[in-house]
Design a binder for this molecule. Structure first.
Ligand SMILES: Nc1nc2c(ncn2[C@@H]2O[C@H](COP(=O)(O)OP(=O)(O)OP(=O)(O)O)[C@@H](O)[C@H]2O)c(=O)[nH]1
Length: 310
């Protein structure tokens, strides 16, 4: 039997790693995770919990710039772990169609029996319209490739708005199962049950969704990684977030990291233009990643270094 591939797709900051963590807690198959981060510094591998081995591929997208590395990773995982399944979390600007293509090439050329079982796409209902307007080409592809779609931040919209967004998603993909309940509250078992229901879906319909062009997301998105950031005041961090919202450092679409705040605690923060939150963490390895378009990297660096001395 071939190795089953599940892809957890979705734009920057929609909840892919959170979703993955939930399903890993109930994993019964012998599984390996491939975690792809666009930035140079990986944050998500630290966040993943449990026993499942995680292979991290950073500094680009496994569907364009890092195809070779991705192929090598699959080959070595299959050879050394002999997994029953591989869960791939592409970066938020990754293209599932291209990942499917790579799996197909590996099956044909290297005789590795891989079967794309599911493409799960998570959509942030608050960011949907903005993102489809700004990044239609591949944002749409993430939705169109899915055979199951989960919705994030449902609690922040009313029923009317939720139905409006779901109708727009259906126009992009009428074949996918759209889970209309708030998955964020579900435990891993519940999510696994939902996913297993979609096992019966004929994944052949995914065939035609493979990308045909050679567009690379690396051309429009850039990232900045900061390491060894000194402590920063909580209020200063909140000020920086306001600056991010005002696009003072370019269009920052995602920021995340671990930093020390001035009372000595470390926090794990998550930012998108629609959400900002942070909580205390036991990690003590300061690092942050910013992903966006036209990033003003020098100003961003300065903002954080100012924070050190305030
Ligand atoms: N309240 C709420 N928070 C959410 C929801 N989905 C995600 N989050 C939070 O959003 C933040 C980002 O989630 P991640 O799981 O890191 O998102 P991601 O898609 O892996 O992000 P990338 O690193 O950009 O790929 C985390 O703090 C989550 O707890 C949701 O539906 N509701």
């Amino acid at each position: 039997m071939g190795v089953k591939i599940d892809i957890i797709s979705g734009f920057l900051g929609v909840g892919k790693t959170t979703f993955l963590n939930k399903i890993l807690s109930t994993q019964t198959e012998k599984t390996v995770v491939i975690e792809n981060e666009f930035g140079d510094v990986g944050i998500d591998a630290n966040v993943l919990q449990g026993e499942v081995p995680v292979r991290e591929i950073a500094s680009g997208c496994i569907c364009c710039g890092l195809v070779g590395e991705f192929q090598d990773a699959i080959e070595s995982i299959v050879e050394s772990f002999k997994p029953e399944s591989i869960i791939i979390e592409p970066s938020g600007i990754g293209r599932p169609g291209d990942i499917m293509k790579v799996c197909e090439v590996l099956s044909k050329d290297k005789n590795i029996d891989l079967e794309v079982r599911r493409i799960i796409t998570i959509v942030d209902v608050l960011g949907f319209e903005d993102s489809i307007d700004s990044f239609g080409f591949f944002y749409r592809e993430q939705i169109q490739s899915a055979n199951i779609i989960f919705l994030s931040y449902l609690r922040e919209v009313d029923k009317l708005e939720k139905d409006r967004i779901i109708n727009m998603i259906k126009k992009e993909n009428s074949n996918a199962v759209i889970i209309e309940d708030d998955w964020y509250d579900f435990d891993g078992r519940h999510l696994k049950d939902i996913l297993e229901l979609t096992n019966t879906i004929d994944t052949k319909c995914l065939e035609k969704k493979k990308s045909l062009d050679v567009f690379s997301t690396n051309y429009i998105f850039t990232s900045l990684s900061l390491t060894y950031i000194n402590s920063i005041e909580e209020n200063r961090l909140k000020e920086i977030v306001k600056q991010l919202d005002r696009e003072e450092f370019g269009k920052v679409l995602r920021a995340k990291g671990i930093i020390k705040i001035s009372d000595g605690d470390y926090i794990h923060f998550n930012y998108t233009p629609y959400h900002f939150e942070y909580q205390k963490t036991l990690e003590k390895d300061s690092k942050a990643v910013f992903i966006g378009c036209n990033l003003n990297k020098e100003e961003l660096k300065k903002a954080f270094s100012k924070g050190m001395y305030n």
